[in-house]
Design a protein around this ligand. Structure first.
Ligand code: NDP
Length: 291
């Protein structure tokens, strides 16, 4: 048997389409369009590509895109001033500061300076707390996309044993909260976990978010499990080029799993689509409209 391939590109396109339709209805009713501001500090090539993609897709769904590209030597104070300006700008509903930031800047202080109602990454402690308390919050985009993909496998997630490998603030921890909300029984594994293969073998839903190419293989997967691969790793190829691979050894796992996300084309596209959805949610809440 071969696993169902969960097509993140197609699901992300559906989500963008839905967001686009809602934005079109708002502007047709003479309301202003939602606005997303992305701040990039420095010239990291991968970040430049992400920021460019985000801007393009923001405009494609009919939203306004604001970009602030700041030089590498920007000080924390200067960045905090830009965040304060965007917090105060009524045209801006979502603020995303692209990570990683240069080492001289304290990312936690910058995240805490973002108005929580505009924190479309869902990283502000207020949104983190609201998520864990089960209150309405802006939810981190990547884990939200993972839940949507897992549901696409056609399964009711309630009662499933979900094993998340990775406990970062960006992926693993919010993933655990979202899966608890789905009534999964959740285990979070990390670099100090003992007998990782044995633990993963118990998972009905396995989320790989550790940042190690092809780390999880056939020995980690229970037959029929749903496998969501968050990892994005660039590896060298035999012809001297590079390619993107996940944290899961896709070829080894595909004959065992019930459903699996590919890399690229799985979780990655969902992240940006969820960012646009979060921007719309932030707009609706700020405008006092049902979200
Ligand atoms: P981090 O480096 O912040 O966290 C990695 C986590 O994996 C840590 O909790 C770490 O444990 C754990 N880990 C590392 N090695 C092992 C191991 N051998 N066994 C078990 N656990 C281990 O990574 P991120 O969460 O930021 O990202 C994870 C991956 O997801 C990366 O490949 C990243 O590129 C990708 N990513 C993809 C996104 C997308 O849009 N698709 C968005 C965000 C990230 P410990 O805490 O003990 O150190």
């Amino acid at each position: 048997m071969s696993a169902i391939i969960l097509d993140g590109k197609a699901l992300a396109a559906e989500l963008r389409e839905r967001v686009g339709q809602q934005v079109a209805a708002l502007t047709a009713a003479n309301r202003r369009a939602p606005g997303l501001a992305v701040v990039l500090v420095g010239g990291d090539p991968a970040s430049q590509v992400y920021v460019g993609m985000k801007a393009k897709m923001t405009v494609a769904v009919g939203m306004r895109s604001f970009e602030r590209r700041l030089p590498e030597q920007t000080t924390e104070q200067e960045l905090l001033s830009v965040v304060a300006e965007l917090n105060a700008d009524p045209q801006v509903d979502g603020i995303l500061v692209q990570l990683p930031l240069p080492v001289a800047i304290n990312a936690d202080r910058v995240i805490e300076a973002i108005d929580p109602s505009k924190d479309v990454d869902g990283f502000h402690p207020i949104n983190v707390g609201r998520l864990s308390a089960g209150l309405p919050a802006l939810v981190p985009c990547t884990p939200r996309g993972c839940v949507m993909l897992a549901k696409r496998a056609g399964a009711d997630l309630a009662g499933m044993h979900a094993v998340i490998v990775g406990r970062s603030n960006i992926v693993g921890k919010p993933m655990a909260q979202l899966l608890l909300q789905q009534n999964c029984t959740v285990t979070v594994a990390h670099s100090r976990t003992r007998n990782l293969p044995g633990l993963c073998q118990q998972a009905d839903l396995l989320i790989a978010a550790l940042g190690k190419p092809h780390f999880l293989g056939a020995a980690h997967v229970k037959p029929g499990a749903i496998v969501i691969d968050v990892g994005i790793n660039r590896i060298a190829t035999a012809d001297g080029g590079t390619r993107l691979v996940g944290d899961v050894d896709f070829d080894a796992v595909v004959p065992i799993a019930g459903a699996i996300t590919p890399v690229p084309g799985g979780v990655g596209p969902m992240t940006i689509a969820c960012l646009l959805e979060n921007t719309l949610t932030a707009y609706l809440r700020r405008e006092g409209l049902p979200s």
